[in-house]
Write a protein that binds this ligand. Sequence first.
Ligand SMILES: [Zn+2]
Length: 248
Amino acid sequence: MSFLKTEAIVLKSNLIGETDKIVTLLTKRKGKLQAVAKGARRVKSSMLAATYPLSMGNYVLFEGQNYYYIDQWELIHSFVCFEGNLLNLSYATFFTDLVYKVLQNEQECLNIYNLLKYSLLILEKGKIPPEIIMLVYVLKFVSFMGYMPELNKCSSCGNTEKLTYFSFLMGGVVCNKCKDKCSDAFYIKENSLNTFRYLLKNGFNNLERVKISGFITEELDKIISGYIKVHFEKAFETKTFLDKIKNM
Ligand SMILES: [Zn+2]
């Protein structure tokens, strides 16, 4: 019998059979995996809270033939505060959706586990605007997945001057001379590019002291949204939903 003891965050929860649930966990030790919670749909089940999306806990998983099974569970943090705050809940749901859709099962990802955990905790604290937390989260996420955008030299010719365009397909900035060669290149304002560089370099460090205008935030939001769509070749409905909520 093989057991896996690990800290994990619930990404998604679905019904299976008459009384069970199947959850997708992001585990600290083995990345993303599916685990069945036997009897979790019974009202008095001690497993019920172990299957709530965004629950963070210490899990003991038994490795079955097709799935893992949750054997024991202990709550670390539940992020229940998001339930009364649709905007923050939508941000948190988008964060988990990105991991759910992009990561392969059991792909090593301790850095992504820590990124998700700390981003949710920072979101919960409420000291940094959620739209800025999201920019850092996505920038770090794409970088860990091997798609760090090139912001310091032309992604086509390597030139370090006149970097006033951005191309999703090239994966970063392009210079004035190369922009016509890149079918999807679009103009990026200097202030937005400088903020982009700052966020990529510093991540969450000292973010509380940084002021970023609404215009720049919006421009960078559009860029990272297009960037994940092109590089991961997936639609993120949770991001579309989040954008609707933000504008309400
Ligand atoms: Zn160039």
